[in-house]
Design a protein around this ligand. Sequence first.
Ligand SMILES: Nc1ncnc2c1ncn2[C@@H]1O[C@H](COP(=O)(O)OP(=O)(O)OP(=O)(O)O)[C@@H](O)[C@H]1O
Length: 233
Amino acid sequence: MPALQAIQLSKQYKGHTALNNLNLTVEKGEIFCLLGQNGAGKTTTLNIFLGFIPPSGGTATINGVTVTPFGNATKKFIAYIPEVVMLYGQLTALENLDFFSRLAGFRYNREQLETFLCKAGLEPAVLTKRVSTYSKGMRQKVGIAIAIAKDADVIFMDEPTSGLDPKATNEFTGMVQQLGNQGKAVLMATHDIFNAVNVATTIGIMKQGQLIHVLSARDIDAQQLQQLYLETI
Ligand SMILES: Nc1ncnc2c1ncn2[C@@H]1O[C@H](COP(=O)(O)OP(=O)(O)OP(=O)(O)O)[C@@H](O)[C@H]1O
């Protein structure tokens, strides 16, 4: 059973077709990067899997369970890392992780919380600092820690490296690859072709609500991907 599957998924917004019978499969351990120009339907795809919006047609499944809007059946399997991870600025990283873990039904002691945050790449010295003092890259790491603590099978990411400097992007990429190596499935929407080639196992290029190309990242370098992308969109 695939970790994620979209079968003939469609979405219309007031007559505008955002997704047009999209078919997509992501297996455990696969890091699937979705590329496509503005409006191609990447965020709409993620939002349907996340249960934020209903599809107009077709089915989205996670671990074989059909996603329903705001339904709980698939929530336990997933974590979400948006472009800006929403955290409580007045709380420390430890307090944020504790809060979001409890929301997901997990209670951890301080040592466990520290371990998750350090695994996500944060230095022990910063864990008791208010998150309002954190850089964007550090916030992304707290997002990763939340996903690790939840032991989410599937992690959705929407332009997670946008605005990160090259070092922070590189660190983030390393973390995502570790998640893939642990058997997690990742679906990431991105505009960053170079990063997609680096991090992905599979790359999909979307256009007008359809997946036009699905490629193994092993078979393509950044220059070839850029050329294919420009020819496609
Ligand atoms: N709530 C909405 N109401 C109306 N139209 C919408 C809504 N959300 C998205 N759309 C339209 O659906 C299409 C797909 O949008 P979507 O945000 O999924 O694209 P995207 O590939 O994520 O783009 P971007 O790279 O800009 O984030 C676009 O034409 C967009 O204008």
